[in-house]
Design a binder for this molecule. Structure first.
Ligand code: ADP
Ligand code: MG
Length: 244
């Protein structure tokens, strides 16, 4: 199997006359952590949403874990199962317990039996430090705990890659650290990750590669020490100046 888990080539996306992605090339290799940084409105969320076809690109090719998602004949549901997505808002099902949040798609989509789904859910809750919350309802959890549960839910599908869209942006500052610690642990375990983040410290320490996006293009990419530490482009420098 190929070592490239995510491959995006020549991706364009417009909403009406608004061109949001203007030819994006991106690849993520197995076990790699790639962070995307850039100003609000530069197209970061749209890019992630195009990677798992929550949005349909106007042009370009997306291959994830060997599935060409942009092939009209692809089994999109099957392909999407290899992609875990974590959003800024936690998106747990409010009427289901934490455990049920983690088992429902395993049973309905992957057809796992209840005992196996339960075991995998508990393993992943343990991984994010929430085993004591199996029976809790989402409303009884802090924002940070809800986000960790959302990560555990995505992991329970055993995806080939995890996409994160600003997973800590909606959290109170004191809860950010626990979520970043979980993501750091996943990275250490070898999870393939594509992470949109404003957490420059996290990107510096965890990312194998950083992409700086502005106005629908990748302006610069490379090791964090270069892109964040010694940016080559004026646009990168002025963005970092504003956020650091
Ligand atoms: P970022 O995540 O970098 O802040 P987004 O990808 O969310 O940027 O948005 C990029 C641009 O696309 C913005 O101008 C935004 O308003 C626009 N946009 C995003 N989604 C839609 C949509 N569904 N319909 C119309 N415009 C959209
Ligand atoms: Mg966004």
């Amino acid at each position: 199997m190929s070592d490239v888990i995510v491959e995006v080539t020549g991706m364009h996306k417009a909403f009406g006359s608004l061109e949001v992605l203007k030819g994006i090339d991106l690849s993520v290799r197995r076990g790699e952590v790639v962070c995307i940084i850039g100003p609000s409105g530069s197209g970061k969320s749209t890019l992630l949403r195009c990677v798992n076809l929550l949005e349909e690109p106007n042009a370009g090719k997306v291959v994830v874990n060997g599935f060409e998602l942009t092939d009209p004949d692809v089994d999109i549901d099957k392909a999407r199962r290899t992609i875990g997505m974590v959003f800024q808002s936690f998106n747990l099902f409010g009427h289901l317990s934490v455990l049920e949040n983690l088992t429902v798609a395993q049973r309905k989509v992957l057809k796992r039996d209840a005992a196996e789904a339960d075991r995998i859910a508990r393993d992943n809750l343990k991984r994010v430090g929430l085993l004591d919350k199996v029976a809790a309802m989402p409303s009884q959890l802090s924002g940070g705990q809800q986000q960790r549960a959302a990560i555990a839910r995505a992991l329970s599908m055993q995806p080939a890659v995890m996409l994160f869209d600003e997973p800590t942006s909606a959290l109170d500052p004191e809860l950010v650290g626990d979520v970043l610690a979980v993501m750091r642990q996943l990275a250490d375990e070898g999870m393939t990750m594509l992470v949109v983040t404003h957490e420059m410290q996290f990107a510096r320490e965890v990312a194998d590669r950083v992409l700086f996006m502005d106005d629908g293009t990748v302006v610069e990419e490379g090791p964090a020490a270069n892109v964040i530490g010694q940016p080559r482009h004026e646009r990168t420098r002025s963005f970092l100046h504003r956020v650091l």
